[in-house]
Design a binder for this molecule. Structure first.
Ligand SMILES: [Cu+2]
Length: 219
């Protein structure tokens, strides 16, 4: 009888500790600020978050609660969308649909439970802010002891790699030109050449991709 009671108490303690672990709140503070970069021979406006482009990699474990505090230091509204992440609609970050834009000079908190695992990304959903720097990795790890962990695959250290391009053109102009369907970018900018350069870089120097989280490539 005593043993049975002890056992059920132990199980209860384990249960409580699991709940406590599952309810860990993981907070990130993101400071969104205008910045100037020179990635392709000209000083251009960009948006850096916590002083970096891409935005910081956000990491969680399934069961955590994400608390992401956006400090908008821009002179315009902003928003953040969590790409492919299951969450309550009001946290989805689509301005004028699921929330009002985060006003200049204000702070806004996204809060949602992490109910999946995998590597995703997040980006601004306001105007064309994404194109000038507002994108980043969003990683949701499996819980410790998750039965679906594949030995030798899921337990390898993960390094997020973001492949991006930069243009000195304003993203609004790129957008307009793509709508005109002039094929300017396919003909003049030779994107395939850029992909070949990337492949060459990876083959010749695999550490390039392993050592950094970003690979910038200029056409
Ligand atoms: Cu998206």
């Amino acid at each position: 009888m005593f043993l049975k009671k002890l056992l059920s108490l132990a199980l209860l303690a384990i249960g409580i500790s699991q709940i406590a672990e599952a309810q860990k709140v993981v907070r990130y503070d993101l400071y969104v600020k205008d910045s100037t970069v020179n990635y392709a021979g000209k000083e251009k406006r960009a948006i850096a978050v916590n002083g970096q482009i891409p935005m910081p990699t956000l990491e969680f474990t399934e069961g955590d609660t994400a608390e992401i505090v956006v400090h908008n230091q821009l002179k315009e509204g902003t928003s953040l969308h969590w790409h492919g992440v299951f969450l309550p609609n009001k946290e989805d970050g689509v301005p004028f649909l699921t929330q009002m834009p985060v006003a200049p000079g204000s702070t806004y908190t996204y809060r949602f439970p992490i109910i999946q695992n995998g590597t995703h990304w997040y980006h601004s959903h306001s105007g064309l802010q994404e194109q000038i720097g507002m994108y980043g990795s969003f990683i949701m790890h499996k819980r410790a002891g998750d039965k679906t962990v594949r030995k030798g695959i899921d337990d390898l250290p993960a390094v997020p790699v973001i492949i991006s391009e930069w243009t000195n053109l304003k993203p609004e102009n790129v957008h307009r030109m793509l709508h005109n369907a002039s094929d300017w970018f396919a003909i003049k900018k030779a994107p395939r050449k850029a992909m070949l350069k990337l492949l060459e870089a990876v083959i010749l120097k695999p550490s390039l991709l392993m050592s950094g989280s970003v690979c910038w490539l200029w056409m």
